[in-house]
Design a protein. Structure first.
Length: 120
């Protein structure tokens, strides 16, 4: 599976990329929503892991653009350090299919992938 990790932290991307690699998936990086839109115009992905807080275009702004313009049909899992019900509700209303709290383990990521794709 090809997964786009949209996060302004290269360290987070490297960590998530290693987890995905160990699970047999390919990770590509976009450092914000603007870069993600460009890369998604060039290549399809199976899943998007999307950070909440980023410069240029935040996670919620990306979700709004995707909802309005159909940037990608891939399911989107929001990643955030904010454990606030209103954040989770907003992400789901804007089109995210799941959310994951940072930091997370490889097992938690694998569980989310199974939940999204019913892979068990």
């Amino acid at each position: 599976m090809k997964v786009m990790v949209v996060d302004d932290s290269k360290a987070i991307f490297m960590m998530v990329s290693q987890m995905l690699d160990e699970q047999g998936h390919e990770a590509i990086w976009a450092e914000d929503g603007v870069v993600a839109c460009t890369k998604l115009g060039e290549s399809d992905v199976d899943l998007i892991l999307l950070d909440w807080n980023m410069p240029n275009m935040s996670g919620p702004e990306f979700l709004e653009k995707n909802k309005a313009e159909g940037v990608s049909k891939a399911p989107i899992v929001m990643m955030t350090t904010e454990n606030k019900p209103e954040y989770i509700k907003k992400a789901l209303q804007l089109g995210a299919v799941e959310y994951i709290m940072k930091p997370f383990t490889s097992d938690i990521l694998e569980d989310k992938l199974e939940l999204v794709f019913d892979l068990d």
